[in-house]
Ligand binder design. Sequence first.
Ligand code: C2E
Ligand code: SIN
Ligand code: SIN
Ligand code: FE
Length: 460
Amino acid sequence: MGSNLSQKLLLLLKYDLKIASETDLDRLLVLLTEAARQVLEADRCTVFLVDRRTGQLWSKLAQGMETKTILLRKGQGLAGQAFLTCKTINVRDVYADSRFSRHVDVQTGYHTKTALMMPMWDSKNQNVLGVFEVLNKRRGWFTQEDERLLTILSNHASVAVENSQLYDDLKQAQQETIFRLALMAEHRDQHDTAAHLKRVSVYTCLVAETMGMEPEEVEMIRLASTLHDIGKVATPDAILLKSEKLTSTELGAIEYRLAWWSEKLKLVDAPAERLKEISRFAEEIRQANRPSSIEMPEPLMAQIRHIGSQRFMDRDGKVKPLLTVDEVKKLTIMRGNLTESEWEEICKHTIYGAKILAQADSQLMRMAERIALTHHEKYDGSGYPKGLKGSHIPMEGRIVGLVDVFDALSSRRVYKQRWSFEDVIAHLKRESGKHFDPKIVKVFLKAFPGIRQAMKDLSG
Ligand code: C2E
Ligand code: SIN
Ligand code: SIN
Ligand code: FE
């Protein structure tokens, strides 16, 4: 038995080294399970951990390719009892033990005979972190030696479990912080900001995967992409939320002017045709005042210029144009509703974003900075803020740039209607090599079935 024990201790030591360096909780659980099974010569082992929020025991069960989380109710079965009483339970015939809950066997089709349940204490020996459930000793039953070996494993495991839980916690806190930060920046200009951010992040992830990026990089771009518009925190509401071309004061002044002029014309018995024309002007101006989602129709543009060339006489008898040069200019904005100076301000959201994220130490934040700065650059060099061209635009910026446009076009915005899928895809293809990197357009189209599915899942 002496040499047998030393072999087991050696095996334990081998596992120990792996366990100490494992920071991923799921992989750590797998290691602990294997170690206990081999060292104790058992058929099965499950390591349950305590969920610190709910106090419930949980574990992951491998089922072919997938893993399933299983939960134990408080005090349920032998493992639950070991947890509740903080005592080791060693049973030679579980069916003769009233604490054993048979329905698990019934459910899984497994036949439990012998069982060793041991609470895993934290490194300060104050709280129970979880429970080892070791089942069916290959020969005989679990001995005192087995209990001692499992105690050693359990003591060594606790530090690793604590570390990986801390790491998990930090990772989760990091993800939540990033997401909340991004939400804060964008909550004003979209009614479904959280959904928009999730979509951009999921589509980006799918494109990156399809491109064959490394899993760590995919994970990084998934998080970093949500911060692409963080610089919008510094964009004034009046611009970001602007939904028409003229302010209500500006439009009111024009409507007042038209009303005044048609009253005046009635007094001088102007032909009814002329009066109808003036009221049509008012309607056309209201139409032109709405942001143009695709492009402003040429006839409407011409009509606005025509109205602008009409003259009227004001209260003081001065002859003036019916629309000022400035009003004509605003009403004939081709796409959206922003004036040149407002547009300049919008463009700065890339630079503000990069400033907010600048000089971070983490790779994740540095990637987020690159994305914030370059997601509006265009492949042919006609984008902003720097007019970078082709491969001078960082890959992450090119990916998020395309995904962002895809999502913007397939959603409604204050300044635009939703486009149909066919139109959006046609636009991406048409802009391949102009706005977008042709390689990324290709990858996007390849990933599109998955993206479409994700889109359905996220809207459901
Ligand atoms: P966003 O709404 O998230 O749009 C992101 C990008 O999608 C746009 O970047 C543009 O490349 C594309 N996009 C969105 N709508 C259209 C469209 O109707 N036609 C075409 N061809 N492309 C479209 P862009 O243009 O650099 O705009 C950056 C951000 O500036 C927008 O983010 C939005 O927040 C704001 N913005 C742009 N135009 C307007 C506007 O007319 N009015 C207002 N209030 N905001 C605007
Ligand atoms: C206006 O110009 O908006 C008012 C019309 C007027 O001065 O009579
Ligand atoms: C465009 O991509 O510029 C036009 C979009 C459309 O066909 O609706
Ligand atoms: Fe942007």
